[in-house]
Design a protein around this ligand. Structure first.
Ligand code: UDP
Length: 538
């Protein structure tokens, strides 16, 4: 590895001089440690101290300059999981003059992205916490291109999905442990530290029970741009016109099993008149799974990380998630949230085993595989009697683990029944037109004209022009919403109108000032912005 780095052309003398003279330069985006990404020149890392080092000199820059707030609690999150106290980034400070007494720096010539992977052995975490955030952090900063190098600082070994991380750049990613062999003091010529959280959709329940993130900012379009990139890197072409439709059952082979899988596969094939195939992470290569899922009409799987692969499904496909006994599907929704992101255009169906006789529990396994033998007898009995796991925080709730690692005999008629409530005829990708939803602009040239009749009646004629972008669009239905508010009141009268003018006479008083708010609505639910408020005096 150390050879790999030193092969690149670094004028060592010039680099060392620049470091001593200029010190470290840092400029960050973001207001809080949870939304901050920092760009550094000459950030160093001591592999002995396992600390990043910031060198002060006459030319160094530190923005934001937080003083000791840098430790409250940290400068930034190294992983995309928000505010997790094992994922904080900081550096220690030294004067550049101290370099005289330190090991000779080894310079990293590549532009570096320095981050933590959160849980590289779990496929959901790999995609949601690492791959998507790394991909879009790289999209955010133009010098993080395919020649950039990823540095994973969380301290794990490669993990079973390392090949996926390798797809994101042409250079081999480096792990914290490997840095030691490169030198005692590494200095990154140019680096970015931290990951964008803009694509994450789920919080795992560290401070409140798990659920969708409060403010989701990603849509199916960005997910699919990412999967398109991954499929290109995996050399998988999208078979546009593949004729045969089929169902994929994604099975687990170690735990949380479907006990009657053969029967399930036959029943699905018969019910939907489609070939039904089964895949598993243990028996298929990742590329083969992606190739199969990317053309499937339906993906059926037990709740679990393998379901994150639904991000490779084609638009219009159906995700069927099976939940073991006593696990309320509404409380564990990482895959439902993914499937129902705006623009993902997937159908989502949850089925839960509600029959105690169809579940197989493992009370005697180790606690991390759901065993409960270590609990006191009363607690064991309560858990065994319980019909639903109460909501809980991550990650070691024994009742949750006990139920999550049950095997299930799927009740086929009940499963087919819930699928049929959503999938009426044949499941699967319809040849859809681009259904991207575009929002109207502001209405233009709004005007009002008042007329007063006598001392108690008045009318307000309001007119406006269509939004500028409408003339370039084909829109099924265009409506306008008008709010009329008497100045100084905090209530208003709302109207939905089809034309570009209307004369209001209801509740319009003479010698009064009205505020008129107008916005355009496409296809019932695409609400545009309000135009500047119109002041109308009767
Ligand atoms: N896994 C698997 N087959 C199994 C059990 C687990 O492929 O029989 C994978 C699973 O998809 C995930 C990882 O192993 O990527 C860890 O699984 P775990 O049950 O711990 O997590 P969960 O699936 O509940 O998120």
């Amino acid at each position: 590895q150390s050879q790999e780095l030193s092969e690149a052309q670094v004028d060592y003398h010039a680099a060392l001089q620049a470091l001593v003279e200029n010190g470290t330069r840092m400029v960050c985006t973001g207001r809080m440690h949870t939304d901050r990404i920092c760009r550094f020149e000459s950030l160093c890392y001591s592999t002995e101290a396992e600390e990043f080092v910031y060198f002060h000199s006459n030319s160094s820059v530190m923005l934001p300059n937080l003083g000791s707030r840098r430790f409250q609690p940290a400068l930034l999150d190294l992983s995309s999981v928000e505010d997790h106290n094992t994922q904080y980034f900081n550096f220690v400070e030294l004067p550049a003059a101290a370099l005289k007494f330190m090991p000779k720096p080894v310079f990293v010539p590549d532009v570096a992205l320095i981050a933590n992977r959160f849980n590289p052995d779990n496929l959901m975490h790999v995609f949601h916490d690492d791959l998507l955030p790394i991909y879009y952090t790289m999209q955010q900063f133009s010098d993080l291109d395919l020649e950039a190098r990823l540095f994973f600082m969380e301290g794990w070994s490669e993990g079973v999905h390392f090949d996926l991380y390798k797809l994101l750049s042409n250079k081999q990613p480096l792990l914290r442990e490997e840095l030691k062999s490169l030198g005692r003091l590494l200095c990154f010529t140019k680096s970015y530290v931290g990951l964008s959280k803009i694509t994450t959709w789920y919080q795992y329940g560290f401070v409140q029970p798990q659920g969708p993130k409060a403010n989701i900012l990603v849509s199916g379009n960005e997910i699919r741009q990412f999967t398109k990139f991954m499929m290109q890197k995996l050399n998988i072409s999208l078979e546009e016109s593949s004729s045969e439709e089929y169902i994929v059952v994604f099975s687990r082979t170690i735990n949380r099993l479907i006990l009657n899988e053969a029967e399930l596969i036959l029943a699905l094939a018969q019910e939907f008149q489609m070939k039904t195939i089964s895949v598993s992470l243990e028996e298929h290569s990742f590329s083969d799974i992606v190739r199969l899922i990317s053309n499937a009409s339906m993906l059926v799987s037990m709740h679990g990380a393998q379901l994150v692969m639904s991000l490779f499904l084609p638009r219009g496909a159906t995700v069927v998630e099976l939940f073991p006994y006593a696990i309320n599907p509404e409380h564990y929704t990482p895959y439902k949230t993914l499937a129902t992101l705006p623009g993902m255009d997937l159908h989502y169906i949850a089925w839960q085993n509600t029959a105690r006789e169809d579940t197989v529990t493992y009370p005697d396994r180790p606690w991390d595989q759901g065993g409960i033998a270590h609990l006191d007898k009363a607690e064991q009995e309560r858990i065994i009697k319980s019909t639903e796991v109460p909501q809980h925080l991550c990650c070691r709730n024994p009742e949750w683990l006990f139920r999550a690692y049950q095997d299930t005999k799927v009740n086929i008629p009940s499963l087919i029944h819930v699928i049929r409530q959503t999938v009426k005829s044949k499941p699967g990708p319809r040849k859809q037109k681009w259904s991207g939803s575009l929002y109207p602009g502001k209405v233009r040239d709004a005007k009002c004209q008042a007329s007063v009749q006598g001392t108690s009646e008045a009318k307000l004629a309001v007119s406006w022009q269509i939004p500028w972008n409408l003339r370039y669009l084909k829109v099924r239905e265009v409506k306008y919403e008008v709010w009329i508010q008497e100045q100084g009141e905090n209530t208003y009268m709302p109207y939905i109108l089809s034309h570009q003018n209307h004369t209001f006479s209801e509740n319009i008083k003479p010698f009064t000032i009205y505020l008129v708010w107008i916005r355009c609505i496409f296809n019932k639910n695409l609400l545009g912005p309000f135009a500047d408020v119109l002041l109308c005096s009767t």
